[in-house]
Design a protein around this ligand. Structure first.
Ligand code: Q46
Ligand code: ZN
Length: 337
């Protein structure tokens, strides 16, 4: 197996590009893909400050590394979700990454700051954990990005994530979600700009990037994720990709190029909303972790000042319900029948 560029020994094959790469040219390929995504979708302008949502997993750490490499001033934000050992290990990876590179990592711990964690919130609200989790992460990331004066917030959603979310939303014709599924959400209504610079890289590629760059990351899946629909959609798409390399990319980018605008009217007019309850598009609600609820806002939350659809924002209502409740340990993964 030889590198397509230099004919040296290749370390990875990329069937969808009909190419093999050596270490240097694979790393260059990753940088090029991110640069191209940022440029093609006008995600960031030179000199802008970025806040990276860091989970301690491969995607967010690869993203932080790549953005720095490409010259952006990027800080990280890690949210402690209280998911037992999984959170402890994830936080350690995020902290070590930042320390070793002298980067600034902001940390917010749900238990320490709001007196609840995700398993407890899930039990109190009787919703799947991803519901309270997605709501909390979005609220805290948005608030940190706005309060910190960052020009944009970047998340590590990769091509597999976006294709799986799209697949789920198409299967259920979630038109409101479809209209918002773009690599960039502009700032507005008190929300920061949100960008996904890894949309041109697959999960396998971000994992290989981390290994080749010597980045240690959380290799376990979130204990709450097992059995959710999102993972099932990924498996289906992986099988299609195996049979026909390039399927995921043409599915997702074909949608972004030729179809997303058709759902623009639905995008802001309806659909499940993080502002109404806890139905934020968590994994079992039909969409997936990372799906964006409508950014409707009638005014600032009277408690925290965040954009809210009612007097009190959904996160503050969650804090009111779950804060101080008897802590619930991390449950074994829930399997769907
Ligand atoms: S961390 Fe949170 Fe994800 Fe775990 S509980 Fe669900 S949303 S799966 S990206
Ligand atoms: Zn609030």
């Amino acid at each position: 197996m030889k590198c397509r560029v230099c004919r040296g020994p290749a370390v990875i094959d990329l069937p969808r590009h009909n190419a093999n790469f050596c270490v240097d040219h694979f790393l260059r390929y990753c940088r090029n893909q991110v640069e191209r995504a940022i440029h093609d979708f006008s995600m960031l302008a030179p000199g802008e400050r970025v806040l990276v949502a860091v989970s301690g997993g491969k995607d967010s750490l690869a993203l932080w590394d790549l953005l720095g490499d490409l010259g952006w001033e990027a800080d990280g934000l890690y949210v402690g979700l209280g998911l037992g050992d999984y959170s402890d290990v994830s936080g350690d990876h995020a902290r070590r990454f930042a320390q070793e590179r002298d980067l600034h990592l902001i940390e917010v711990d749900l238990r320490a700051s709001y007196d609840f964690d995700i398993p407890t919130a899930a039990a109190v609200t009787r919703r799947v954990p991803c519901s309270a989790c997605g709501l909390s992460k979005r609220h805290l990331f948005d608030a940190a990005a706005v309060d910190g004066g960052y020009d944009a917030m970047a998340t590590g959603h990769n091509l597999d994530d976006e294709a799986a979310v799209l697949y789920g939303n198409v299967l259920r014709w979630q038109t409101a979600y479809l209209g918002r599924q773009r690599p960039v959400l502009p700032a507005g209504n008190g929300f920061p700009r949100k960008v996904k610079p890894l949309v041109r890289l697959t999960e396998r590629e971000t994992a290989a990037y981390c290994v080749l760059r010597g980045i240690d990351y959380q290799v376990e899946e979130c204990p709450m994720a097992a059995g959710n629909r999102h993972l099932g959609y990924k498996e289906v798409l992986n099988e299609m990709e195996r049979r026909s390399p390039g399927t995921k990319s043409s599915f997702y980018f074909g949608f972004v190029d030729r179809a997303v605008d058709r759902f623009a009217d639905a995008a802001w007019s309806g659909g499940p909303s993080g502002g109404v309850g806890f139905d934020d598009g968590g994994a079992d609600d039909g969409a997936a972790p990372g799906a964006d609820p409508p950014r409707r806002a009638l005014g600032p939350c009277t408690r925290c000042g965040a954009p809210a659809e009612s007097e009190v924002c959904a996160f503050c209502r969650l804090v009111e319900r779950a804060g101080g409740a008897e802590p619930v340990p991390v449950a074994p993964p829930r399997r769907r029948s």
